[in-house]
Design a protein around this ligand. Structure first.
Ligand code: 5GP
Length: 126
């Protein structure tokens, strides 16, 4: 499976430092920053630094080190924003949109972490 990565996408530009973001956490392979149009009191995007279009692309082709780094970064973000679903925390929802049917706007794999209020039901039917 070939994935065409567009180097001009907005998250590639954030990674290159061409446009600003509000970072929460940066590791060797991963960056987490706040969504520019938050849909919850806490709305964080976690992205790999590598050139991956979607979650299936990332999980198919990223190295073990990139995948572990990404997963640990997600956990650290949840802790940082008080979104744990244990130890008294209220929890969160993690969403990743992929491709046309997933209604993906930015073609660089990103995980949305939404928290800080009840997030509602999982999907709409429209
Ligand atoms: P998607 O629909 O691709 O899953 O979500 C893309 C997300 O990126 C949207 O929630 C949108 O608000 C966010 N976004 C788009 N442009 C920017 C930007 O320049 N900076 C930040 N921080 N978020 C952005």
């Amino acid at each position: 499976m070939a994935y065409d990565y567009d180097d001009t996408n907005i998250f590639a530009r954030i990674l290159r430092g061409e446009i600003p973001s509000t970072p929460l956490l940066e590791t060797v392979h991963t960056l987490a920053f706040r969504d520019i149009a938050p849909q919850a009191p806490e709305h964080v995007l976690v992205i790999p630094k590598g050139r991956y279009v979607t979650y299936d692309h990332f999980f198919a082709e990223a190295s073990d080190a990139e995948i572990v780094d990404f997963a640990r970064a997600v956990a650290k973000v949840c802790a940082a924003i008080g979104a744990e679903a244990h130890s008294g925390g209220k929890g969160s929802r993690a969403i990743t949109n992929a491709g046309e049917h997933g209604v993906q706007e930015v073609p660089h794999f990103h995980l949305h972490i939404l928290a800080g209020r009840p997030i509602g039901r999982m999907i709409s039917r429209d």
